[in-house]
Write a protein that binds this ligand. Structure first.
Ligand SMILES: Cc1cc2nc3c(=O)[nH]c(=O)nc-3n(C[C@H](O)[C@H](O)[C@H](O)COP(=O)(O)OP(=O)(O)OC[C@H]3O[C@@H](n4cnc5c(N)ncnc54)[C@H](O)[C@@H]3O)c2cc1C
Ligand SMILES: *[C@@H]1O[C@H](CO)[C@@H](O)[C@H](O)[C@H]1NC(C)=O
Ligand SMILES: *[C@@H]1O[C@H](CO)[C@@H](O)[C@H](O)[C@H]1NC(C)=O
Length: 498
């Protein structure tokens, strides 16, 4: 906390010295966005909304538009390999899809089974009511308690959209959480989901057999992750989930197009501050962004820079000059996750199932007691719906999640005769712990870091919320309109249509 506070003081001091308050300030000439994942592309869209047509927006992307939203082709169909499911209450994602004319593809309810290394300790029935009876029989009212916890969080969290549609923005995640949900929300990033659920009376057995397996599948981690990312992960196991027909990454390319940006296929290597005297003698700050396009170096000057890529030691080597190194104090790392798509027949004996009937589960989660080579597996739905019935069991495509690439022997034990295999490697999201500090969104006067949000929780919607927040912050700080920054009380009558 200390470092973050000190850093804020320096930022504050430097604006106090150099920035004369001008409400009639000219609009910025140019803005750089670094990264064209959902964070970068949605911030380009919001920046265009708030700064108007007069500003040039350059978006840098070193690899492919979409970033961690990506698809792969297997057996003639395309499947999501990165971020896949979207919750019905994710309002920014919903708005993007609607605005871009993209279809929401509803996902079929899955049949879940929980594997503990020997057998299924829990298996969904086809009948809702039987499921409830099974859950109550084994776990008492824990399932209901969890549902209530998650839903009450969700309802309160929706207030973030009220703040954002009213134009309010925050300089840190803690201030945002405080505004939205008071001390209780701030505490969510300081204690674990485990503790949070135990506090509402949920049993260890339910935590081990239901909660932890869901968290392992969505975050690759156990119940020691912070309560915010934990609760959002539990939401990913809700019903009514959807994804974008044709692939979630279409949202990114669509937003960039609608924001009329210049897309630069280049890797940003460094950012430093420049001062330039204006005609009236006043000094203005600019950011010089150096990049390589192929092997050609290039550079350009910007009034505002939005960093929309993860920054941590070893990845995204962007060097900062004359800017307090914003990331080096942060020692956390990103978690590797391997997504293996396999077309073929799953070996039910692998999961201790020896019956001769059809294999019913479509999502398999694992407890922390299972040996850990796989985190879970689920039947994957192609990004374009295929007309007709469900494919026969052995013609399905499974998505297997593991912390390391599956060993040859492991894969052939799980799928004795696979028709096709495709492996994707990700640095998926931060390795969470409940003692994490969340880095600030503001790195320098007009330099912002979207992915600081990820240290609280990393989902498409959270990145879109961060993007909207950064665009508002950039706007208000540019025009010195600070009354809507870090304001934690929403004026009466601020309503949002849900
Ligand atoms: C396997 C997996 C499953 C997931 N499941 C879900 C899910 O079901 N639901 C959900 O909501 N979320 C899910 N997520 C999380 C979600 O995908 C991410 O939170 C989100 O996509 C992050 O977007 P971003 O724009 O912040 O980062 P990224 O998508 O990583 O974008 C950053 C971009 O910046 C580029 N870049 C980096 N450095 C530079 C540089 N120096 N110069 C130029 N460009 C640079 C990168 O190439 C990249 O394209 C999942 C993630 C993974 C990996
Ligand atoms: C950025 O590029 C300019 C022009 O090529 C060059 O003069 C400058 O030294 C570069 N800065 C860095 C930090 O590489
Ligand atoms: C299926 O899995 C079981 C249990 O892991 C294993 O013993 C068996 O050899 C596998 N079947 C095939 C055909 O590989």
């Amino acid at each position: 906390m200390l470092k973050v506070n000190l850093f804020f003081q320096t930022v504050w001091l430097s604006t106090a010295i150099t920035g004369t308050v001008r409400t009639d300030r000219a609009h910025p000439q140019s803005i750089a966005v670094i990264g064209a994942g959902i964070g970068g592309s949605s911030s380009a869209y919001f920046l265009r909304q708030h700064f108007g047509r007069g500003v040039r927006i350059d978006v840098f992307e070193s690899e492919t538009v979409g970033g961690r939203l990506a698809t792969a082709s297997i057996n003639g169909q395309d499947y999501e390999t990165g971020g896949s499911t979207i919750h019905p209450f994710n309002l920014h994602m919903k708005e993007f899809a609607q605005m871009l004319g993209l279809q929401e593809l509803k996902l079929p309810d899955d049949v879940q089974a929980v594997y503990d290394g020997e057998e299924f300790v829990f298996e969904d029935s086809d009948w809702f009511i039987i499921n409830i009876i099974k859950l109550v029989w084994r776990y008492g009212f824990d399932y209901l308690r969890m549902k209530m916890w998650v839903e009450s969080f969700l309802h309160r969290f929706m207030k973030v959209y009220q703040f954002q549609s009213g134009g309010y923005s925050f300089t840190t995640m803690e201030k945002l959480l405080y505004g939205v949900g008071g001390d209780e929300f701030v505490r969510m990033i300081k204690y674990s989901i485990d503790e949070a659920l135990q506090n509402v009376g949920i049993s260890q057995r339910f935590l081990n057999e239901i909660v932890t397996p869901i968290l392992r599948l969505s975050s690759g981690q156990s119940a020691n992750i912070n309560a915010l990312v934990g609760t959002l992960s539990l939401l990913q196991a809700d019903s009514d989930l959807w994804r974008v027909e044709g692939g979630n990454k279409l949202v990114c390319s669509g937003l960039l197009y609608s924001a009329k940006v210049n897309l630069i296929k280049g890797k940003v290597t460094s950012i430093h501050t420049k001062r330039r005297p204006q005609r009236n003698g006043e000094l203005v700050h600019l950011y010089e962004v150096n990049y390589t396009e192929g092997s050609d170096p290039g550079y350009s000057l910007y009034d505002i820079v939005i960093l929309a890529a993860p920054m941590y030691p070893g990845k995204s080597q962007v060097h900062f000059h004359d800017i307090p190194q914003p990331i080096s104090f942060y020692s956390g790392h990103y978690q590797q996750k391997v997504v293996t798509l396999v077309a073929g027949c799953l070996n039910a004996s692998y999961f201790g199932q020896h019956g001769s009937g059809p294999f019913r589960p479509t999502t398999i989660t694992t407890t922390a007691h299972s040996d850990g080579s796989i985190l879970g597996a689920s039947v994957s739905v192609p990004i374009k719906p295929v007309p007709g019935d469900q494919p026969p069991t052995c013609a399905r495509v499974w998505k297997v999640l593991s912390p390391e690439p599956l060993a040859e022997g492991e894969l052939s034990r799980l799928f004795p005769s696979p028709e096709a295999v495709h492996e994707s490697h990700w640095f998926a999201h931060p390795s969470y712990s409940s003692s994490d500090e969340i880095p600030p969104f503001v790195l320098h006067d007009h330099l912002y870091h979207l992915n600081a949000m990820e240290w609280a929780a990393s989902t498409m919607e959270m990145m879109a919320i961060s993007a909207k927040n950064a665009a508002l912050l950039a706007h208000h700080r540019w025009y010195q309109q600070l009354e809507k920054v870090d304001q934690d009380i929403l004026p009466q009558g601020q309503k949002v249509e849900l």
